[in-house]
Structures are given as structure tokens and as C-alpha cells.
Design a protein around this ligand. Structure first.
Ligand SMILES: Nc1ncnc2c1ncn2[C@@H]1O[C@H](COP(=O)(O)OP(=O)(O)OP(=O)(O)O)[C@@H](O)[C@H]1O
Ligand SMILES: [Mg+2]
Length: 322
């Protein structure tokens, strides 16, 4: 950072290789063939790492969001995030950043989500992200979150995680990228039970199934920990050097589960940036995830609700049935 840069050093850097322009609207009823005249749309900057950065910023952490952006929708993502005061490092590519359209059917409350593909990117993006990470010597934590764009092999994520030497790394992704991330020295990986089921290639019907699969996956991985989220049931935290624990959120009024995972990772990253141990940071993650489900639409958590829920998160034995 130069002497004249007015920004405080970023404590958290999030990397979003495939961000999205999130467009949300509503319509009375969804039917085929007819034009569906929607309400005026709201636009928000989105994609895993962008959402994580927005959450951590709300929770008081100094953040920087590295985003790969293309075309007019990429510029909108950058402008909208900058408008929220989020420091950004854009890596501009050819093609158009994807749009994600969320339509709430007012008659039923159901939400329909259409996600377009992102632009195809080349391996040069990996070098550019590496340079962006090197530029910040004061990083307290790095988050890689979201899907990989078309064209980028899952190995790219391995190289990126490996390029972070001095800070804890959190990864939240799915499919082949998640499989590859398990072979890195990431500090903690946050799969949902659904994503874990894809890793082990079998259905996980009970919490015991999830726990058994998580133990198998951690044992055969090189990561430090797994935080496996199970929706309303909270999460299992498995560490290579500590006993496994179960974290439970309080019962909350569910408005929409959208944004829960990203808020959870935002809380987790906030804790690690503040120097908390992994268990305390995971508790903050659970509080943030549960705060997000209380927010309608694609809403992320707010600091005041996270603060309210945090003391209500419990930690116990992984097999204790309540
Ligand atoms: N119904 C709920 N009630 C309370 N908390 C919830 C609920 N759903 C989710 N959460 C909170 O959000 C966290 C993450 O939710 P979840 O396990 O669904 O992950 P996700 O990343 O959103 O899932 P996916 O990526 O598969 O869509 C949970 O661990 C929990 O803290
Ligand atoms: Mg998720």
C-alpha cells in the first residue's frame, strides 16, 4: 500500500472468480407461455466471496474483495459493491459477468432462481489473483468462495490456496473444485451436507451419515478442519487436532434460507480476522448464518441480529440427540 492510500489495510481478502449481478423481483404467479410482468427489480453485487466480504464488512472487519469481472454486468457488480463502501480489486476479463435472476411468486412465497453461466476465463486470471493477494502484506484471512467460471480447471484453486502463505484460508465451493480444495492445506473448508454428499458419492440421510462422511473426508484430506453445515441443525466442526463438536443455532423464524451459507462464512472469517480460535469463529459463523435466514429474499445477515443470536449458539457433543 502506498503512503497516500487512504484505505486501512485489509484484514480479510475474499476472492470471487465467478461473481454475479443478483437481480431480484417478484410476480403474482408464475405460469408458462404468458409474459410475466414483474415488479421493479433490485440489483445487488453477488457471488460467494462478494457476499462474504459484505457480511464481514457489516460485522466490522476491514475487507477487500478481489473479483473477476467482465462486461456491463461486471461493471455493475463493481459499482454496486463500491457504492456500499466495499474496497474492490477488479480483475477485468472479456465476456459478461453472469446474472442471477431471483423471482418470488407472491401468491405462494416460492422463489424461482435462474443463474446464467459466467464468462469463460483463462489461467492468466490465476496469476492476476496471485498478484492481488501479494499486494496486501497485512492480510488476516483469505476466503475463496463460490463456483469456478467455465474454462478454469479445478487445479487453479489448488494453486491459489497454495499461494497464501501467512494467513488462514477458508474455502467454500462445490463439485470438483471442492474435491481439489480438500487436497490443499486450507485452514477450514465449509461444505454443506449436500456438497459433502457429492464428495463421498452417496446420499447422507441422517445426521449420523453426515458425521461419518465428514470424518472420512477429513481423514483423507490435507486440510486443517471441516465445518459441515446442516441447515437448521447448525454444523459439525471437525479439526485434525481436536475432538469434533456440534454447534447448534437457536430456533429462528425462517424468512428465506438464501444467503445463509455466505453469511456463515462471513461470520467465520470475521472471527478468524479478529484472532479468535476456530471454535469461537465457527460460533460467530452459525450466528451469522441463522441471522441470514431471518432476512427475507437474498438478504445477508445484519450485525445487530448476529449479536443477538451469538450467545444462543450452543456447542456440544457431535452425537448428542436433543
Ligand atoms: N432453517 C434454519 N434455521 C436456523 N439456522 C439456519 C437455517 N438454515 C440455515 N441456517 C444457518 O445457516 C448455516 C448454513 O446453512 P446451510 O447448511 O443450508 O448451508 P448453505 O451453504 O446455505 O447450503 P448450500 O450451499 O448447500 O445451499 C447453518 O449452519 C445454520 O447456522
Ligand atoms: Mg453454500
Amino acid at each position: 500500500m502506498s503512503d497516500h492510500d487512504p484505505r486501512p489495510p485489509a484484514s480479510l481478502v475474499t476472492v470471487t472468480l465467478n461473481p454475479a449481478l443478483d437481480v431480484s423481483t417478484s410476480v403474482e404467479v408464475v405460469v408458462p407461455d404468458h409474459k410475466l410482468r414483474c415488479e421493479r427489480a433490485t440489483r445487488e453485487p453477488g457471488g460467494g466471496g462478494v457476499n462474504v466480504a459484505r457480511v464481514a464488512s457489516r460485522l466490522g472487519v476491514s475487507v477487500r474483495a478481489v473479483v473477476v469481472a467482465g462486461g456491463a454486468s461486471g461493471e455493475q457488480v463493481i459499482d454496486l459493491a463500491a457504492g456500499e463502501g466495499l474496497p474492490m480489486t477488479p480483475i477485468r476479463v472479456a465476456g459478461e459477468t453472469r446474472q442471477s435472476l431471483s423471482v418470488t411468486e407472491r401468491s405462494s412465497g416460492r422463489q424461482y432462481r435462474f443463474v446464467l453461466p459466467g464468462p469463460s476465463v483463462g489461467a492468466e486470471v490465476v496469476d492476476a489473483v496471485g498478484v492481488a493477494l501479494d499486494a496486501d502484506p497485512s492480510i488476516g484471512c483469505v476466503v475463496f468462495s463460490g463456483s469456478l467460471p467455465p474454462g478454469l480447471a479445478a487445479e487453479a484453486l489448488v494453486a491459489l490456496v497454495g499461494s497464501v502463505i501467512a494467513a488462514p484460508v477458508i474455502v467454500d465451493t462445490s463439485g470438483p473444485a471442492l474435491q481439489h480444495a480438500l487436497g490443499t492445506a486450507a485452514t477450514v473448508i465449509k461444505p454443506s451436507a449436500r456438497e459433502l454428499a457429492a464428495v463421498v458419492g452417496r446420499q447422507l440421510l441422517t445426521e449420523t451419515d453426515v458425521l461419518t462422511a465428514a470424518e472420512e473426508v477429513l481423514d483423507s484430506s490435507s486440510v486443517g478442519a471441516l465445518l459441515v453445515s446442516i441447515g437448521a441443525g447448525g454444523a459439525f466442526l471437525l479439526r485434525s487436532d481436536e475432538p469434533t463438536v456440534r454447534l447448534r443455532p437457536p430456533t429462528v423464524q425462517v424468512a428465506s434460507a438464501v444467503g445463509a451459507g455466505d453469511s456463515m462464512v462471513g461470520g467465520l472469517a470475521t472471527g478468524l480476522c479478529q484472532g479468535q480460535d476456530l471454535l469461537s469463529a465457527a460460533k460467530l459463523g452459525i450466528a451469522a448464518g441463522s441471522a441470514a435466514v431471518m432476512t427475507p429474499g437474498s438478504g445477508l445477515c445484519t450485525a445487530s441480529v448476529v449479536e443477538e443470536l451469538l450467545p444462543l449458539v450452543t456447542v456440544g457433543s457431535p452425537t448428542l440427540v436433543t
